[in-house]
Design a protein around this ligand. Structure first.
Ligand SMILES: [Zn+2]
Length: 158
């Protein structure tokens, strides 16, 4: 069964892209399929279906964008690759952390930041892209008058 979704786009966008409607729709589907696959919201099969490609072609398509294919079975492998805590040498696992930044005039607590968390001591390590997002969030609150700000990472980073 398929669901029909209507999207309105400004005509000048189409004109400047020099694409026809079908191409844009195809591109959108593929882009979404890659996005949701990366976020593990869709399986490889579902993503391929969304992209209107065979699984094999979709895997090649991912490869062409340097995206590696991990499925749930590979998650344990992935965990092993996270390395060890630099404080206690404990194993790291994928999780969430409450990041607290103590700035000159306020303290900001960002809850549920995706992080690699040490199983042993609870120390956490942020991936580079997450660390950049966290910096951006903190920057956006610099003009804030509150002394303590508590926010949820997932509310801000979609
Ligand atoms: Zn540790």
């Amino acid at each position: 069964m398929s669901l029909k979704i209507e999207i309105e786009l400004p005509e000048e966008i189409f004109l400047s892209l020099r694409l026809d409607e079908d191409e844009v729709i195809k591109e959108m589907k593929r882009t979404l399929a890659v996005k949701y696959f990366k976020e593990r919201k869709l399986s490889i099969g579902q993503s391929a279906e969304l992209a209107e490609m065979t699984e094999e072609d979709f895997i090649k398509h991912l490869g062409s964008q340097n995206i590696s294919i991990f499925n749930i079975d590979d998650l344990d492998e992935l965990k092993k690759d996270l390395g060890n805590c630099s404080i206690c040498k404990g194993d790291l696992e994928i999780g969430n952390a409450n990041h607290i930044a103590d700035l000159d005039n306020f303290i900001i607590i960002i809850k549920n930041v995706p992080a690699n968390v040490c199983k042993q001591c609870g120390e956490y390590y942020l991936e580079q892209d997450v660390a950049l997002e966290v910096e951006k969030i903190i920057d956006s609150y610099r003009e804030n008058a509150a002394e303590v700000i508590i926010i949820n990472y997932f509310d801000l980073v979609a």
